[in-house]
Design a protein around this ligand. Sequence first.
Ligand code: AMP
Length: 297
Amino acid sequence: MITVRSFEEVRAASSGRIGLVPTMGALHDGHLRLLRTARAESDTVVVSVFVNPLQFGPDDDLDRYPRDLARDQGLAMEAGADILFAPEVVDMYPTDSHTHLTISKLTDNFEGAHRPGHFEGVALVVAKLLIGIRPTRAYFGRKDAQQLSVIRRLAIDLSLPVEIIGVSTVREPDGLALSSRNQFLGPDQRRAATALSRGLLAAASAVEDGERHGPHLEEIVAEEAGTEALLELEYVALADAATVQPLGELTTDAFLAVAARVGETRLIDNVAFSVDSDTVTVDRGELLSGPSVLEEA
Ligand code: AMP
């Protein structure tokens, strides 16, 4: 595996079917699952590690976001990456960008509403990665469900010749979705945080039992989150996966998403549903079976 800082170097070292896994580093088993999926389907696997300042708001955690390139290099190599693309901010943005990408409607709600400017920052960096690296396929986690919908739309609207692949959420054995931000949680906060996945998984079971009403599903999650005083719920919503608009009834591909604060740390999670006429398939994500790379470290 080589580590490079420029798009030219990535392109020079890539051939065949190129699989791209964009990340902000602090790699965990969720990222590794994306990498292994890419490895199985690609000749060249590129993982990017770039903490993109443009997607953080003034009150966000840009300064304290975890960074450890040496550790990321070891984990990426083990998971089968060929190229680790780790540009500095000046490499990615040699000049101030006067080009701004707004994905209208899909960013009006949920993360878009709570993090003004976030998706513009995501869209610009992902567009630069897709154009600069020209992957055959690019892999994104379903954990960030709205982001996945936004990126699918971006690729369609810009006619980018790439296939966007969504990969299931990886969860700790107690259900908590893996996130680079989990390391900020103290023991009580960590315990409280599991109420989010408990609520989502209960709602997923309700769907399997025939529940289709959005407000009922949202209520299941809100009720479970309400049992934890340390959790401050920001939103819980059933959303259409294509349009990211609130959905009253589960009649089309959708996700049930939740966001909450635990102290200073903001957590998001969701379960996804694919709907084929009367049949609903639930993607709850997958529980880690072996020890996580965080425990091994
Ligand atoms: P991040 O480094 O947090 O920007 O995440 C990079 C990619 O990994 C994104 O496509 C995320 O959706 C994905 N990802 C983050 N956490 C998980 C998880 N627990 N399971 C699966 N994918 C994840």
